[in-house]
Design a protein around this ligand. Structure first.
Ligand SMILES: [Zn+2]
Length: 463
C-alpha cells in the first residue's frame, strides 16, 4: 500500500512535470514552420548539396543540413510500402495512416483533423504555400477530407471554407464541370471573403484571407514553373513564402502555422531529371531561409521542421557510369527542364516541323551544354542521332528527349531506378522550440502529433 502510494505520488509528480513542460513549450511556441519537400530523399538533398558547392560555388552547405536536429521518418502508407502523396500528406498533416489516394481521411474513410485546423481553432493564423496546385495532395491534406485525391471541386470548396488566412499555389483544378462549364467553385471563395489574385502583385493587403494562384494557371495547372526554367513572371517558392509570412504578420502576428511545400522536386523525380531536381531542392532551401531569418528574430518562440513525404525516382549519388564519383558539374549548363524540352519537341511535331540534326545539335549545345559541359564520344553522338531520326520520324519525340536527358544524367552521376515513388525513409531537419523531440527515427504520423504536443493544443472539432 505504501509502495502504491509512493508510486501514485511519483506518477502524479512526473505527470505534473510533463504537464509543466508541455505548458511551458506550448506557451512559448507561437510560430510553426512545416517545410515539406515532396519527393525529397537524402540523395536529392546530397546531389543538391554537391551542385550548390561545386557549381554555384557556395561554401556554406544547404541551410536545412545545418539544423541541429537531423533524423529520419518512415514513409509507408496503410495500403502500401510505397506511399503516394495523398496518404503521406495525410500522415504528415493529421497523424493518421491512410490508403494511397485518400486525403484527410483514415483508412476507414473517417475524416481526420489536420494540425493546421487544430491550431487555427486555437487562434493561430494558417498559411499554405506550394509550387504545385493548391488542391494537390500535400497542401490538400491540411484542409480537405475526401476519399479520392482527384475530387478537385470538393477539395477546392473545403479550402474556400477553411477560414485559413493564406494559400498560394499554381491553380485550382476543380473549377469546371464534366462539360467544361464553370461550376461555381470560385463563388465559394467570394462568399467566404477570400481575396483571389493571380500573381503576388494583386494581393489585397487589407484582406483577412488571401488566395494566390499562378498567372499561368490556365496553361500550367500543376506547376508554378520549375526553378530551372526561370519563367518570366512565374511565382517562385521563396517569393510565395515571403508573401505568406508578410500576410500572416499582418493578420495573425501573435501566432501562426505555415506549411511550405517544394512540390516540384517530386515532378523532377518522376521525370528523372537530375539537373532540374538539384535546382528545385536549392530553391526549396532558399525558401527555408525566409523562415530561418524569422526564427533568428524569434528563436524562443519558433519551431522549423523540414521533411519530405517520400522519395521519388529512386535517385542515387553517383551511378553505373560514374563509379566512385558524382559529377553534378556536368549538369551546370542545363537551362531547360526535361518537361519543357518535351513540350518544345512536341510543339515542333504538332506544327509539322522536323528540325535538322544540325539545328537539334545547336539546341542541345545551347540548352543542355552538349559539346561544352557534356562531352559525348562519337559512338554516343551517333547513337543519339539515330534516336533523333527515328523518334521524329515516328512522331514520338519524347524518346529523343528521354535519351538526351538520360545521357546527361549518366554523365552527371544522377542515377534513377523508377519513375514512381520509393519506400525509402526520408530526412527530418529541425531547429527551435521543441526540436529535441525529433531526434529519433519516427513514424511519419509522429511528426504532427509531436508538433501539437509541443504547442500544448488539442483538437476542438472532429475535422
Ligand atoms: Zn509523386
Amino acid at each position: 500500500m505504501k509502495f502504491l502510494n509512493h508510486a501514485r505520488k511519483a506518477l502524479l509528480a512526473s505527470a505534473a512535470i510533463m504537464l509543466g513542460a508541455s505548458v511551458s513549450y506550448g506557451a512559448n511556441l507561437k510560430y510553426v514552420f512545416y517545410f515539406i519537400g515532396d519527393g525529397m530523399g537524402s540523395a536529392e538533398v546530397t546531389n543538391a548539396q554537391l551542385f550548390n558547392k561545386k557549381v554555384l560555388g557556395n561554401d556554406s552547405p544547404l541551410l536545412m543540413t545545418t539544423f541541429p536536429v537531423v533524423s529520419l521518418i518512415t514513409t509507408h502508407s496503410a495500403s502500401s510500402d510505397v506511399t503516394d502523396s495523398a496518404a503521406a500528406g495525410t500522415a504528415l498533416a493529421t497523424g493518421h495512416k491512410t490508403k494511397n489516394g485518400m486525403l484527410g481521411m483514415d483508412a476507414d474513410t473517417v475524416a481526420v483533423t489536420s494540425i493546421a485546423r487544430t491550431l487555427f481553432e486555437n487562434g493561430y493564423g494558417v498559411g499554405l504555400v506550394t509550387t504545385v496546385a493548391i488542391d494537390d495532395a500535400t497542401p490538400g491534406a491540411f484542409y480537405a477530407h475526401v476519399p479520392n485525391r482527384r475530387m478537385f471541386y470538393e477539395i477546392g470548396k473545403e479550402l474556400a471554407e477553411s477560414g485559413y488566412q493564406f494559400a498560394a499555389g499554381a491553380s485550382l483544378r476543380g473549377t469546371k464541370d464534366k462539360n467544361g462549364n464553370d461550376n461555381g467553385l470560385m463563388d465559394h471563395f467570394k462568399k467566404n471573403n477570400v481575396a483571389v489574385s493571380y500573381g503576388l502583385d494583386g494581393i489585397d493587403k487589407k484582406a483577412k484571407k488571401q488566395l494566390v494562384l499562378s498567372p499561368f494557371h490556365a496553361e500550367m495547372d500543376n506547376e508554378v514553373g520549375l526553378a530551372i526554367d526561370s519563367l518570366e513572371n512565374a511565382l517562385t517558392l521563396p517569393e510565395m513564402t515571403q508573401a505568406c509570412l508578410d500576410h500572416l504578420l499582418r493578420t495573425s502576428p501573435g501566432r501562426f502555422f505555415m506549411m511550405v511545400e517544394g512540390g516540384s522536386i517530386d515532378h523532377n523525380g518522376h521525370s528523372n531529371d537530375g539537373g532540374a531536381s538539384v535546382r528545385e531542392t536549392i530553391n526549396f532551401d532558399n525558401a527555408l531561409k525566409i523562415a530561418y531569418d524569422f526564427y533568428l528574430k524569434h528563436p524562443n518562440e519558433t519551431l522549423i521542421l523540414v521533411t519530405a513525404d517520400h522519395e521519388t525516382g529512386g535517385m542515387s549519388v553517383g551511378c553505373k557510369t560514374t563509379g566512385y564519383s558524382a559529377r553534378p558539374e556536368v549538369a551546370r549548363a542545363q537551362k531547360i527542364s526535361k518537361d519543357k524540352f518535351n513540350e518544345y519537341c512536341r510543339d515542333l511535331v504538332k506544327s509539322g516541323t522536323t528540325p535538322s540534326w544540325e539545328e537539334m545539335q545547336s539546341f542541345l549545345s545551347e540548352k543542355l551544354g552538349y559539346g561544352s559541359a557534356v562531352i559525348l564520344s562519337d559512338e554516343e553522338m551517333n547513337g543519339l542521332r539515330d534516336v533523333y531520326a527515328t523518334s521524329f520520324m515516328k512522331k514520338e519525340p519524347w524518346r529523343f528527349v528521354d535519351k538526351a536527358i538520360s545521357i546527361l544524367n549518366a554523365k552527371s552521376g544522377f542515377g534513377w531506378t523508377t519513375g514512381d515513388h520509393t519506400g525509402h525513409p526520408v530526412p527530418v531537419y529541425a531547429i527551435g522550440v521543441g526540436a529535441d523531440r525529433f531526434t529519433n527515427f519516427n513514424d511519419n504520423t509522429d511528426l504532427p502529433k509531436k508538433i501539437l504536443k509541443i504547442t500544448g493544443k488539442t483538437p476542438k472539432s472532429r475535422k
